[in-house]
Write a protein that binds this ligand. Structure first.
Ligand code: AHR
Length: 509
């Protein structure tokens, strides 16, 4: 048995949990758009061709924001070709995923879908093959009032009211040699600064995200952030981070400790950004848009995915099937994000449907949940108010990839009401093979746990469609009973290799 002690106090907080932490991502890649969110002719399709069954699951997932249209796709995308009358739109070869893109869904279709869903859109502009002009024009198309060229085109295309898109990514993974129009940090920094300047002149209310490194393993990591921010610091609001985790060579312990790698990555990017700020004697703090994160079996299951033959008709690519183990890691990555709520206001689980996604579909058939759906949906639902700054005393273990890592991790949120009571949520991961007894010290708070849910690290992937996925989930996902009320201290036992969420009420005194 592992023993852990967590101390929480309502006055010690990390920061407010931004709702945009529960974002996701829809790229024109594989079946994310076509036969994913969009499939005219599907029995549940709405008047615009979007699947209602997928919309229902997206709502249940609690997604607050969706990034679009890429990803690697955006770096060769001509957005003007995806607006206007559908019959006049031409297909093109998307070079990122070597797929014929029919241009049936474009900016208007996506933004109207997001609006109907009550989801905030996050748009990316092409800084691979294009530049300042196209980026500023897209902001004008989306957010401009009548009386200028691109805003008037939107109106002519049937949408009078500006969409008011707040969040904008200045390109995607521009440090990656695989990116169409890849640039070095100086080339990208200058272009991002000029594009961002023009975009903010069109609409000063927008928030900008500069591309950070594609992963912590990139050879330019650190220097990339420093150089890019030296050009863009005063202009941008966020720097992006992307990270995918997988079990490699059967090293389960390292995979379960992925949250530690994410934690270190965040700390290093924050340090790099703050170093630029310090050099400039700036009071401004750059925050992080962790706009791609997930479990992705990139190296072990799909090593050739980047060298695809030319495909058409929404090919089945990167359709990872997940297990309870993957879901425990996803839950633990969310614990890490919550513990950085002060510097990470924006994050996107990559992606939403079919492509490394919590939601899967069959063309003409059902839509269903993968095991990873549950920790995301539960966290998005319960994490409200402020993230508490916990003191966690736990044993550590050594993993081959990440060195010393804690066996138990925890995050807590509290949404205080004016009467001093408030919804409390606790998120706990036991990465170890033994059960863990966790004592939660909450001096100054009376805590009532009303129930919760637990994911255990079953290794069977949900491979054979909806029925199999449901049976895998039944084995690894369960509801937990209420624990009642306690003053001063609450004790819980965590199953080996598990992720747990507890919901309740905490009252001062
Ligand atoms: O999410 C899949 C791909 O991963 C995205 O297109 C790219 O940005 C990243 O490398």
């Amino acid at each position: 048995m592992t023993n852990a002690r967590i101390t929480l106090h309502p006055d010690f907080t990390v920061g407010t949990v931004d709702r945009r932490l529960f974002g996701s991502f829809v790229e024109h890649l594989g079946r994310a758009v076509y036969t994913g969110i969009y499939e005219p002719g599907h029995p549940t399709a709405d008047g615009d061709g979007f699947r209602e069954d997928v919309a229902d699951l997206t709502r249940e997932l609690g997604v607050s924001m969706v990034r679009y249209p890429g990803g690697n796709f955006v770096s060769n995308y001509v957005w003007e070709d995806g607006v206007g009358p559908r019959e006049e739109r031409k297909p093109f070869i998307d070079l990122a995923w070597r797929t014929i893109e029919p241009n049936e869904v474009g900016t208007d279709e996506f933004l109207q879908w997001a609006e109907r869903m009550g989801i905030e859109p996050m748009m990316a502009v092409n800084l691979g093959t294009r530049g300042v002009d196209a980026a500023a024009a897209l902001v004008e198309y989306c957010n401009g009032e009548a009386g200028s060229r691109w805003a008037d085109l939107r109106i002519a295309n049937g949408r009078a009211k500006p969409y008011g898109v707040r969040l904008w990514c200045l390109g995607n993974e521009m440090d990656g040699p695989w990116q169409i129009g890849h640039k070095d940090a100086h080339e990208y920094g200058k272009l991002a600064a000029e594009a961002g300047k023009a975009m903010k002149l069109v609409d000063p209310s927008i928030e900008l995200v500069a591309c950070g490194s594609s992963s912590m393993q990139m050879p330019t990591f650190g220097e990339w952030e420093r150089t890019v921010l030296s050009y863009t610091y005063d202009l941008v609001d966020h720097i992006s981070m992307h990270a995918y985790y997988e079990e490699l060579e059967g090293d389960r312990a390292s995979f379960l400790a992925s949250g530690t790698a994410m934690d270190r990555f965040i700390r290093r990017v924050v340090a790099s950004a703050d170093a630029v700020g310090a050099q400039r004697r700036s009071d401004k703090e750059i925050t992080i848009s962790f706009d791609e994160w997930n479990v992705w079996y990139l190296e072990s299951r799909f090593p050739g995915e980047q060298n695809l033959p030319l495909q058409r008709d929404a090919p089945r690519i990167i359709e990872d099937v997940y297990s309870g183990l993957d879901a425990v890691v996803v839950g633990d990555l969310l614990v890490t994000l919550l513990n950085h709520a002060d510097r990470v206001p924006v994050a996107c689980l990559a992606q939403l449907v079919n492509v490394i996604a919590p939601i899967m579909t069959e063309p003409g058939g059902e839509a269903w949940r993968q095991p990873t759906f549950h920790p995301f949906a539960t966290t998005a639902q319960l994490a409200r108010g402020v993230a508490l700054d916990l003191r966690v005393q736990v044993p550590t273990t050594t993993s081959a990839r990440h060195g010393e890592t804690p066996v138990v991790t925890a995050a807590a949120t509290w949404d205080e009401a004016p009467d001093g009571a408030g919804a409390l949520a606790l998120f706990l991961t036991n990465r170890g093979a033994e059960p863990a007894e966790v004592t939660i010290e909450h001096d100054g708070l009376t805590v009532r746990i009303d129930g919760g849910a637990q994911m255990v690290a079953d290794s069977r992937p949900a491979v054979e469609g909806p029925a199999h996925a449901a049976s895998v989930i039944e084995q690894c996902w369960s509801e937990l009973p209420a624990l009642g009320e306690a003053t001063g201290r609450t004790t819980v036992t965590l199953a080996p290799e598990s992720w747990t969420a507890l919901r309740g009420v905490a009252t001062r005194g």
